[in-house]
Write a protein that binds this ligand. Structure first.
Ligand code: NAD
Length: 478
């Protein structure tokens, strides 16, 4: 059992003001694997005060100096990479090979992309031609509160902490209480890198406690939040009184439009993508819409792909899926699978209960429903488990209308080999991100959505801008 009760405040590991133990559950065994403490108001206050005191000096450092700390953090992260992969595998059940390549890899990927973006970032630049002395300056917004979820722990933490450091902000991080071990390790990296005391602070806690204390705190200028749409709304309301900036990365219900002229790997790729991280990704392609002439073939490939998907112990090497995070997610997913059955969707893979041979752990059967209709609960709600809903469509217009008919708008996907249609639909699909034919969005591209998915733009230059105020200057002397 790991004991990690302390918080990182003002450059020191600090005991909580009041002991409130919280057991971190290993989802593969349903047993506690660590104990942390949940913070109280006194801990939040101490962390915010430390960040506030550190702000003037940190904000005034040269960008190159802040960048040097980030480069040091990257070096330490790389040296302690295996510890990070193991922490995430333990706390949220990511299979160890996936934790190494994707979960831990997301951290180094983002830090590297931010370093590149920071080197090109123009902190002060002229407004334009013909307006002499008019300048635009990007300045740190101030003390920021960072609240992260459990599903991609280091992905979320690096997308917030690193640009905040680069921008010159000081901060309080509250990671998910479900998966805090990786963040505690990350705080060790920051400490080891010698980041000045008070610049980065970590307080563990839950949403109603530390989460809402940060959201309402008058000394915090901005909350950067990733998590559920429910909590995003609560934070926006809580933050209104102090008029802070609220940047939200929320849920999704991505559509994947598969046309009959798609490449032969499109359906398999879509199913695998849906199942990746045991379906616990906000940008998962959870609604597959297939052109009717290709529908039967697509169902055949999808069922075959699900049949080939193994589920098992996250400590073992391999490409299998791990468990979902906890009991309540397991039960929520079971309830949604049940609703799919009751509402008349056709199960072509998986279903209720655990996969064969697994009696303990929050394991879910990789599940695929065919013949879904847009009004079904499984087509409307984010399931956050390895459950794919498939339906046929007849025309491009119909497919786009169904894809866009959701409160969410994070990522949509498109599979067609027609270049004209590709570009037409990349623009017509309503989302913060749209990806065709399994391609990448590119290093340093912003991540974020529209509508109920929140409107943050995290990553690269846009991610740094989020932590800045834009100052409009007149009378600058050349
Ligand atoms: P969650 O909203 O329950 O919790 C996220 C974080 O918010 C945790 O740290 C939690 O303690 C805190 N929190 C909860 N209620 C709060 C409140 N009222 N005030 C302040 N803080 C509060 O989400 P989760 O279950 O940890 O994560 C899953 C959700 O995150 C999914 O909906 C998923 O789609 C979303 N997500 C979105 C993105 C994205 O970039 N759009 C990325 C990953 C996950």
């Amino acid at each position: 059992m790991i004991e990690k009760r302390d918080f990182y405040i003002n450059g020191r590991w600090t005991a909580p003001a009041a002991a409130r133990d919280y057991a971190v559950i290993d989802p593969s065994t349903e047993e506690p694997c660590a104990v942390i403490s949940l913070g109280d108001r006194a801990d939040t206050e101490a962390a915010v005060a430390a960040a506030k005191a550190a702000l003037p000096a940190w904000r005034a450092t040269a960008p190159e100096e802040r960048l040097a700390y980030v480069e040091k953090i990257l070096e330490i992260y790389k040296a302690r990479y295996e510890e990070m992969a193991e922490a995430m595998s333990l706390e949220m059940g990511a299979p160890i090979d996936f934790a190494r390549s994707e979960q831990a890899g997301a951290g180094t990927w983002h830090i590297e992309n931010f370093i590149r973006a920071a080197k090109e970032f123009e902190w002060v630049h002229p407004l334009g031609d013909g307006t002499p002395g008019a300048m635009i300056a990007y300045e740190a917004i101030g003390v920021v509160g960072l609240i992260t979820p459990w599903n991609w722990p280091m992905n979320q933490v690096t997308l917030k902490v690193i640009p905040a450091l680069i921008a010159g902000c000081t901060m309080v991080l509250k990671p998910s209480e479900e998966a805090p071990l990786s963040s505690l390790l990350f705080a060790e990296f920051i400490d080891q890198a010698g980041v000045p005391a008070g610049v980065f602070n970590l307080v563990n806690g839950d949403g109603v406690g530390v989460g809402s204390q940060l959201s309402t705190h008058p000394d915090i200028q901005m909350i950067s939040f990733t998590g559920s749409t429910r909590a995003g709304k609560a934070i926006s309301i809580a933050a209104a009184e102090t008029l802070k900036r609220v940047v939200l990365e929320l849920g999704g219900k991505g559509a994947n439009l598969v046309f009959a002229d798609c490449d032969e790997k499109a359906v398999k790729r879509g199913v695998r993508h849906m199942f990746e991280n045991t379906g616990q990704s906000c940008n998962a392609p959870s609604r597959m819409l297939v052109e009717r002439s290709y529908y039967e073939k697509a169902l055949e490939i999808a069922a075959q792909t699900a049949a080939e998907t193994q589920t098992g112990n996250p400590r073992e090497p391999g490409r299998h899926l791990g468990p979902v995070i906890n009991k309540s997610q397991f039960e929520k997913i079971q309830g949604l699978i049940e609703s799919g059955i009751k509402e008349g969707a056709r199960l072509i893979a998986g279903g209720l209960g655990r996969p064969e041979g697994l009696n303990k752990g929050y394991y879910v059967r990789p599940t695929i429903f065919a013949d879904c209709t847009p009004d079904m609960t499984i087509m409307r709600e984010e399931i956050f488990g390895p459950v794919l809903s498939i339906m046929p469509f007849d025309t491009e217009e119909e497919a786009v209308a169904i894809a866009n008919d959701t409160p969410y708008g994070l990522t949509n996907y498109l599979q067609t080999q027609d270049p004209v249609r590709t570009n037409r639909l990349l623009r017509a699909l309503d989302a913060g991100m749209v990806v065709a034919n399994g391609k990448s969005r590119g290093a340093g591209a912003p991540f974020g959505g529209v509508k109920a998915s929140g409107r943050a733009r995290e990553g690269g230059r846009w991610g740094i801008e989020e932590f800045c105020d834009v100052k409009s200057i007149g009378g600058w002397v050349e």
